[in-house]
Ligand binder design. Structure first.
Ligand SMILES: Nc1ncnc2c1ncn2[C@@H]1O[C@H](COP(=O)(O)OP(=O)(O)OP(=O)(O)O)[C@@H](O)[C@H]1O
Length: 281
């Protein structure tokens, strides 16, 4: 360790993903701690550069900031805001599902980030529990938005199962089509996972998972966690809709959070409304 790239000293290896290795870096002059992703896919250097240009101009409280992009010694490097804390995936693996209140809070933050991205015509394409970190005070931050479009193909896991990101792909993504609505499907998968600790579509092969996804064939979250509100179940039902045109948009999710009664007029929204009242995004 302690290798230096463009003034950044690599202080710690954070992990490796589909596109390369990620390190914590420290800049001696600016005293900034950052996350540096060294991209191994050299053939995509130009595309990474173009994406980085667009993304560097984006500012949102729930999206990790992209500071810089450069090519050094033939290696493409992305310099990002360093986010403390576990990913939602790491958190739920260790502690089980989130409370309903915490899940709604993060849902609102991520829906707000997606609304922002979608208004800039950016599709994340790889929204998942492993790409969202809890920053300070339980605030969620979305990582790697946009660049994920180059890396959304399913891949082998360490256990050898063909799962990768397939479990959160929308039905239309299996036909190679990704739109803003695909992110909203993934938002439904994320919400289900935060509430129950399980992903709605499981399997050991991509085709097995794909078959379940194409039919939106999943177990009601209430079967896994009977104490959940029907409001949460209903919201998932409106996100995990096979036809992208009939799926809720990220903005509609935000509207529902403000006014859950529009989801259903029955009075079981009352207990949930108390939670809503305490949420801030
Ligand atoms: N900005 C960041 N701040 C702190 N840690 C980060 C940051 N970006 C990535 N990491 C961490 O680095 C590790 C590797 O991240 P990376 O995004 O490359 O892989 P991944 O999310 O596991 O897989 P994929 O590439 O498919 O998204 C993960 O543990 C991730 O949480």
């Amino acid at each position: 360790m302690n290798q230096t790239i463009r003034g950044y000293t690599l202080t710690q290896w954070l992990g490796s993903g589909g596109m390369g290795e990620v390190y914590q870096g420290y800049h001696e002059v600016t005293r900034q701690t950052v996350a540096i992703k060294l991209l191994s896919r050299l053939e995509h250097a130009e595309r990474f550069r173009n994406e980085a240009n667009v993304q560097a101009s984006l500012r949102h409280p729930h999206i990790a900031l992209l500071h810089d992009f450069f090519v050094e010694g033939g290696l493409s490097c992305l310099v990002m805001e360093y986010i403390e804390g576990p990913t939602i995936e790491q958190f739920t693996r260790k502690n089980g599902p989130l409370t309903e209140e915490a899940a709604w809070k993060i849902l609102g933050q991520v829906a707000s980030a997606l609304t922002y991205l979608h208004s800039h015509q950016i599709v994340h394409r790889d929204l998942k529990a492993g790409n969202i970190k809890f920053g300070g005070q339980g605030n969620a931050k979305l990582l790697d938005f946009g660049l994920a479009r180059l890396a959304n193909s399913p891949r082998q896991t360490r256990q050898g199962h063909l799962v990768g990101t397939a479990y959160s792909m929308a039905p239309e993504q299996f036909a190679g089509e990704s739109t803003t609505a695909s992110d909203c499907w993934a938002l439904g998968v994320l919400f289900y996972e935060m509430l129950t600790g399980y992903t709605p579509f499981g399997g050991t092969t991509e085709s097995e998972i794909g078959r379940l996804i194409q039919k939106a064939d999943y177990l009601s979250p209430l079967k896994l966690k009977p104490t959940l509100s029907r409001t949460s179940e209903r919201l998932i039902d409106k996100l995990l809709v096979v036809n992208p045109e009939n799926r809720l948009t990220a903005q509609q999710v935000l509207d529902i959070i403000q006014n859950p009664a529009q989801l259903d007029s029955s009075n079981w929204t009352d207990p949930i409304r108390k939670i809503w009242g305490r949420l801030k995004f």
